[in-house]
Design a protein around this ligand. Structure first.
Ligand code: ARG
Length: 590
């Protein structure tokens, strides 16, 4: 292909559509008083049916945009990069050279999926974050309390962000900040004496601690003496009493262990389990002292408040009447300790929008304390989920959600007896598909939107659902199994992809594959998984429209059959990459 100029922030070796965009920019720069770089910034994806569109008015040239566009269009001669151009008022639509685009895209997808230095598929990745470190804090449930939908959303969105930052070259530290300290621990300590059983604890840690907590909480509500007793337990813990400390350690360790195996089911992993307990008393004292010296503390009814009225962030409790410190100060001290330990370039908190105010206060205080890294803190928030329950009632534990997803999906699959017979391990498969359903429902819309949890809808094979996406992948994976005579495919240079140019459906798929690296880049800017979900469905739909026209089975011309198979194989790679980015494990069979 003919040589092109280089443009900053593009990388044709990772995103070959960059080359086609640069070719368009070069054209424009030759016809108009613009540098290639200026022209490049005006080359956007087109609407349906158009590859790229340039809106001439954005260049603010001293002539009528429509006349300029007409002039560029008149002079146009097709070349190896661009096939045709359409003048549409102040817009120019460009269609890239079909044969070359298909070949270049498929070769790149293949190359970056199979021939990387790391040995891992890299198509869609970039190096924009190289040398930078990000902490992503997510999930962060509370020991002995319910794992609610807020935690589920944080887990799903956080896992996506961790994958995304890695795909963009960042060093990622994924962190779980457990609610493992505070008055609820005192209640457990009191309750365990009264209701606890070591046997139950071993059998089902999370449930047992939760049951104790519920009971103990009730007791403290009805009897002030018990409330005081629970508080004394917590005080002993804070004072480092060995006996209670070792019990607490056991409860925490066992809970983490259970969580770890459930996270594993969800394809989610943490580099660090920390928690409220890990924040040092000294760190919190230092924060309070600093705030005091800055004149930000006020006393009110025995408690100490941070006054953030000036910044329209109201007043927040810094220390309670009984001297115990509080969520906010703990978070501030935790951030400082994390910075000292990790020297991160960015830290992201994946926490529900109910805590917008809390995190705004936290970030503000850190900024007021003069910490330069405070501006690198980001709150990725999300809306509520309504009505998450199983058929047995409200959900309190993560494993209830996982199990219900598997069960509902299993029943769904059993309805198609013939197909069900052929599934090797229906239990595992239905669990995986069920989890995919939960994740896709969660990530399908903008984070900030609330949504209603609906098992039937999310686990249906119809519509844009997780099961549909898995099905699309499985169908692609089955082409090889159904046409073994074509395997293994020869090296891409031996495959004549020009056969594919005759089908618009094949062209659509190839072009969409080419856009994937941009989908990843956009997601990094917006922190929205929904863009990736939308992309995965667009791709699945494009593939599904191709099945009837670009047919492998029965194609007698082996050259053609191979080209088609190569296209589907590349499509599978990219669909799998998008699914993995969303923390989904693509299935080979179902
Ligand atoms: N454990 C908290 C809760 O369940 C969430 C923690 C969020 N992270 C933080 N740094 N405050 O509400």
């Amino acid at each position: 292909m003919p040589q092109l100029p280089t443009v900053p922030n593009t990388d044709p070796s990772k995103c070959v559509l960059d080359s086609f965009r640069i070719a368009i920019a070069k054209r424009l720069s030759e016809a108009l008083p613009l540098t290639v770089e200026q022209a490049f910034s005006g080359v956007d994806y087109g609407k349906k049916g158009e590859d790229f569109t340039v809106a001439i008015p954005r260049f603010r040239l001293p002539a009528s945009p429509s006349e300029i566009a007409a002039k560029v269009a008149e002079k146009f001669q097709p070349d190896e990069w661009i096939e045709s151009i359409v003048h549409d008022n102040a817009f120019l639509h460009f269609r890239v050279n079909t044969t070359n685009m298909i070949r270049e895209v498929l070769h790149q997808v293949h190359h970056l999926s199979h021939e990387t230095k790391s040995g891992e598929p890299e198509y869609g990745t970039n190096t924009s974050g190289a040398g930078q470190k990000v902490i992503i804090e997510y999930s962060s449930p509370n020991i002995a309390k319910a794992f609610h939908v807020g935690h589920l959303r944080s887990t799903i969105i956080g896992a996506f962000l961790a994958n995304l930052y890695k795909a963009c070259g960042w060093e990622v530290i994924s962190m779980n900040y457990l609610g493992d300290w505070g008055s609820q621990i005192g209640k457990i300590a009191y309750g365990f004496e009264k209701y606890g059983s070591q046997e139950e604890l071993e059998k089902d840690t999370i449930k047992h601690l939760f049951d104790i907590y519920v009971q103990a909480h009730k007791d403290t509500q009805s009897d002030p003496e018990i409330k005081a007793e629970a508080a004394r337990w917590f005080k002993r813990l804070e004072d480092g009493d060995e006996e209670i400390l070792s019990k607490w350690k056991e409860w925490r360790e066992k809970s983490v262990k259970t969580y770890e195996s459930e996270y594993e089911r969800l394809n989610v992993k943490f580099d660090v389990y920390t928690g409220e307990s890990a924040v040092s008393q000294e760190g919190m004292e230092n924060v309070l002292e600093k705030l005091e010296s800055m004149g930000l503390l006020v006393e009110s009814k025995g408690a100490t408040l941070v006054d953030l009225e000036k910044w329209k962030l109201a007043k927040a409790i810094a220390r309670k009447q009984d001297g115990t410190s509080i969520y906010l100060i703990r978070d501030i001290a935790a951030a400082i300790e994390r910075y000292e330990k990790y020297k991160f370039d960015k830290m992201i908190y994946v926490v529900a929008s109910q805590q917008d105010h809390h995190l705004a206060q936290c970030f503000k205080v850190l900024e007021l304390m003069g910490l330069p890294w405070a501006k690198s803190l980001v709150h990725v928030n999300y809306g509520l989920v309504l009505g998450m329950s199983t058929r047995k009632g409200t959900v309190v534990f993560l494993d209830q959600i996982i199990r219900e997803a598997g069960n509902v999906m299993h029943e769904q699959m059993q309805k198609n007896e013939e197909k069900y017979q052929n599934v090797e391990d229906p239990e595992t498969t239905s669990l995986e598909i069920g989890i995919t359903g939960v994740k896709i429902q969660d990530m399908a819309a903008k984070r900030i939107n609330n949504y209603t949890f609906n098992w039937d809808r999310m686990l249906s094979f119809e519509g844009d659902t997780g099961p549909y996406l898995q099905y699309a992948h499985v169908r692609l994976a089955s082409i090889g199994r159904k046409n073994p005579h074509l395997l293994p495919l020869p090296a891409p240079s031996e495959i004549d992809t020009s056969h594919l140019a005759q089908w618009e459906a094949a062209r659509n798929i190839a072009f969409l594959l080419g856009t994937y690296p941009d989908v990843v880049k956009t997601a990094l800017k917006t922190h929205e998984p929904s863009g990736v979900v939308t992309y995965a469905f667009r791709l699945a739909h494009a593939i599904s429209s191709a099945w009837e026209v670009v047919i492998v089975k029965g194609e007698e011309d082996v050259e053609k059959a191979r080209a088609k198979m190569f296209l589907y194989e590349c499509a599978r790679e990219v669909l799998a990459a998008a699914m993995k980015l969303l923390s989904i494990r693509p299935l080979e069979r179902m």
